[in-house]
Design a protein around this ligand. Structure first.
Ligand SMILES: Cc1cc2nc3c(=O)[nH]c(=O)nc-3n(C[C@H](O)[C@H](O)[C@H](O)COP(=O)(O)O)c2cc1C
Length: 253
């Protein structure tokens, strides 16, 4: 599928970071395993979604197997800007995966937020919030090995109980050249509990790069409220257009 897409998608490249500096409210469709595939992305783009993520893809499988690539990743001409989200725990593997998708996407995102037991046991997802140096190493590798400097490298995190650790993680990621950080404002144990928007606000105040607030966005109004609650300026911040996917709500991580 990737090879079929080469000619049709290469010319459509967009810089997703420009969206955050456009001065407009940026509507983003969150990564969702089994949902945010090409058909779903095509649908939400018709409803003015600005930026779409693929579901989380295991980078090691993606690099190793053509079959995994063909089943996990499809795209099309209008499917831009597109961020491919990976689960990874090794810098070289993540950067190999990033180099494979680079011609067909606008950036990659490292999942540091999945709290599922199997993922944490493999060293993927939310356990990475406790390994800032590994996150830095992974980001740095992608930055160094993907030739296009406009290809974005972002991370999606959950918060610590001790917010200082989250701010420290974010600062380290920022120093390594991460393009933006999405903050799902819950800790690893929390599922449907209220989102800690105050924590997102503090993170935003301590960082210069765009911060995307995530959690409990079910309507556009919710997104606007969160925008005010987190005190961000609307120019370099944005919110998941998760309201696009309220029909897909089967479980939450
Ligand atoms: C069905 C489903 C699949 C999800 N898959 C992913 C995923 O692949 N990667 C990821 O980072 N988050 C994933 N999430 C989490 C969402 O991206 C988002 O962080 C979460 O839904 C926000 O919390 P909320 O549901 O309370 O709004 C998924 C959520 C749902 C409901």
């Amino acid at each position: 599928m990737i090879s079929d897409a080469i000619e049709t998608t290469q010319c459509q490249r967009k810089d997703p970071v420009d969206l955050f500096h456009s001065g407009h409210f940026v509507k983003i469709c969150a990564p969702m395993v089994r949902y945010s595939k090409l058909a779903f992305r095509t649908l939400v783009r018709k409803y003015n979604c600005d930026l779409c993520y693929t579901p989380m893809i295991i980078a090691a499988d993606f690099v190793r197997s053509v079959k995994a690539r063909d089943s996990e990743f499809t795209t099309s001409k209008g499917d831009r800007p597109l961020i491919v989200q990976f689960a990874a725990n090794e810098a070289q593997v993540l950067s190999d995966a990033a180099r494979i998708v680079c011609p067909f996407a606008d950036g990659i995102d490292l999942n540091c937020g999945c709290p599922q037991r199997w993922a944490m046991a493999e060293g993927y997802g939310a356990c990475l919030i406790n390994k800032p140096e590994l996150v830095q190493d992974m980001v740095r590798h992608v930055r160094n090995q993907v030739e296009n400097p406009r290809f974005s490298v972002s991370i999606k995190i959950r918060i610590h109980d001790d917010l200082k650790r989250t701010v420290d993680l974010c600062r380290k990621a920022e120093a390594t050249g991460v393009s933006w950080i999405t903050v799902h404002g819950r800790n690893v144990e929390e599922r449907h509990q209220p989102v800690h928007y105050d924590a997102i606000k503090i993170i935003k105040q301590n960082l210069s790069i765009p911060i995307v607030a995530n959690g409990d966005v079910k309507t556009l109004k919710d997104a606007e409220n969160i925008h005010h609650m987190t005190g961000t300026d609307g120019k370099n911040s944005a919110y998941f257009g998760y309201y696009f996917s309220k029909f897909a709500r089967k479980w939450t991580f």
